[in-house]
Design a protein around this ligand. Sequence first.
Ligand SMILES: [Zn+2]
Ligand SMILES: [Zn+2]
Length: 300
Amino acid sequence: MHRSPWRVSLHGGHSGAYCDHATGTLAEVVQAAQEAGYHTFGLSEHVPRAEARFLYAKERELGWGVDHLHALFEAYDAEARRLVAACPAGFHLLRGFEAEVVPDDRWLELMQGLRARFQPDFVVGSVHHVAEHIIDGPAEDFEAALQACGGLEGLVVAYYTRLAEMIEAFRPEVVGHLDLIRKNGHRYGDVDTPAAREAAGAAIEAAARTGAILDLNVAGLRKGLPHPYPAPWLVQAAHAAGVGFCFGDDSHGPQDVGAGIDAGRRYLLGLGVEAVSVLTRDPAGAVVRRVASLREEGEA
Ligand SMILES: [Zn+2]
Ligand SMILES: [Zn+2]
């Protein structure tokens, strides 16, 4: 099978074995990635949340606790290592995780501890919480975040400010869904006010300074959003600042794997981005960063 060097996802590969809101086994997800024609597929399972107050409703219903989340993550890491070692020639698998920024007072030491212990090939740095309230989940949580920040503009600015801090302090290889605040925020008003744009600009500058790759996250397309994350103006601003993009299918089961990547490619090309910045493996198996043209051979 021909595997285009640009066909890389660095965010996704969640599976039902280790995540309450995903389906399938990790082996099935990786099989789907091979069949979808990926050149390189990055696994970024959610890190275990450190305190019971951050468990999701469904996890509580299942009777899960913090210890169980940790056991699941260890099992994920072991299975990911096995699958990396079993990869066929020409297809590359990267073992990573998606970090969190809770609790407010010690997320950084927790994330650095996980990185030191599991030695992942890469990490995705994401902000899913502001003032310790989840911002991409149920409306009641989003509204608690709104209240904590004194309204929508305050929340959007706080989101991007936390994102910039996370990028500078944790230095993830990949920044997850740059404008995730849009997901719920757009229902409450304008998430692109001048103050919001300034704060988003600071997050882009942090990515430029640290060399982070931005996740061109196509999960929104599956959920009927008009465009992937980030929005067009953010893609253009980041591109102008010299920041690279890589696709993320944010797959939560075999059925999601590869979905939206071709639309994501057209989206980037339409905004003047001709190449992606990918992580992959060299022949010796070491993780390397490369620039891959989005144009297929013979395509103008
Ligand atoms: Zn998830
Ligand atoms: Zn995420």
